[in-house]
Design a protein around this ligand. Structure first.
Ligand SMILES: [Zn+2]
Length: 320
């Protein structure tokens, strides 16, 4: 009762979806996609400046939601490989399942879909899903790059299926190209995927020539060492105009923070101010074309310090 009352007094603030089960995905010692990442994010968002955030437990995603993107065979494989103890690899070794992984990835899916529900119902100004692992490398039929299910792509198709939203965009500022989201969206002119990412770099996709069936894919490859100024000018000159032309009815952000200057895996040098800036720019487009808030979903980020401060800058922007 108390939470309902407190929600009604702040009906239009930023809503955070998270779940303790996301700590239960344990890919092994020395794996960069560690539970400590989520700890760093949650700790940052407990600072006094974030006191107005509202928090909800992420519901369990359903296999029906997962199958909006992934093949039934792949979903069965993930279920059957889910270990009772120890580890099972879903690919050559990057993407590992522990006993808690299946619930963690279903919570990621549930958070993203519940975020869509909340934003489209105007229950929240916008949503940030503080969940792990990341999802944007997961393809229809395979795990890849720490990602099991592609929660951002699933949320886009969920918005269409359940809410009748027609045009959905995912913009991805993770340092890696989201090959999984791109391939899910490539042939559908009502789905837009825009990514800026380091190139050449894992996973090797994301050239400018990959432009989809109707220029609905926009890739901005950035060289290692790319400055804030270059990042902002290419986003302002290329990505944001393309996104405005597409005019999404819903905007989802694949918010990775591994392009942060402190990140040990990425070679870009984004600052906290860059994350604040791009978040505000994307919110402006959403307000103009979708008349609703954004759903932002945590992807990568492997410096605990950079992840915490980048996420804080992003959520500070979401809160206006
Ligand atoms: Zn990444």
């Amino acid at each position: 009762m108390q939470s309902i009352l407190s929600e009604s007094t702040h009906p239009m603030t930023t809503l955070i979806y998270t779940h303790a089960a996301c700590f239960g995905h344990i890919p092994g010692p020395h794996h960069p996609e560690s539970p400590e990442r989520l700890q760093a994010v949650l700790q940052a968002l407990k600072a006094p400046e974030f006191a107005d955030l509202r928090w909800r437990d992420a519901p369990m995603g359903t296999f029906e939601q997962v199958r909006l993107i992934h093949t039934p065979q792949y979903v069965k494989r993930v279920e059957s490989l889910s270990p009772q103890d120890g580890y099972r690899a879903l690919d050559a070794g990057d993407t590992i399942m522990s006993p808690g992984t299946l619930e963690a990835v279903l919570r990621c899916v549930g958070a993203a879909c519940a975020g869509v529900d909340a934003v489209l119902a105007n229950e929240a100004a916008n949503v940030f899903c503080a969940t792990r692992p990341c999802g944007h490398h997961a393809e229809a039929d395979r795990a890849m790059g720490f990602c099991v299910f592609n929660q951002a792509a699933i949320a886009a198709l969920y918005a269409r299926q359940v809410h009748g939203v027609r045009r959905v965009a995912v913009v991805d500022f993770d340092v890696h190209h989201g090959n999984g989201t791109q391939s899910a969206f490539f042939d559908d002119p009502d789905l837009f995927y825009g990514s800026c990412h380091q190139s050449p770099f894992f996973p090797g996709t994301g050239s400018r020539q990959e432009s989809g069936v109707a220029n609905n894919i926009v890739n901005i490859p950035l060289s290692a060492g790319c400055s804030s100024a270059r990042f902002r000018s290419t986003m302002a000159d290329e990505m944001l105009p393309a996104l405005r032309r597409f005019a999404p009815d819903l905007l989802i952000i694949s918010a990775g923070f591994d392009a942060h200057q402190l990140d040990p895996l990425g070679g870009l040098r984004f600052t906290d101010d860059d994350y604040h800036w791009i978040t505000r720019e994307l919110m402006d487009v959403a307000e103009e074309t979708a008349q609703c808030g954004v759903v932002s979903i945590l992807e990568g980020g492997y410096s605990l310090e950079g992840l915490a401060s980048g996420t804080a800058a992003h959520v500070r922007a979401l809160m206006g």
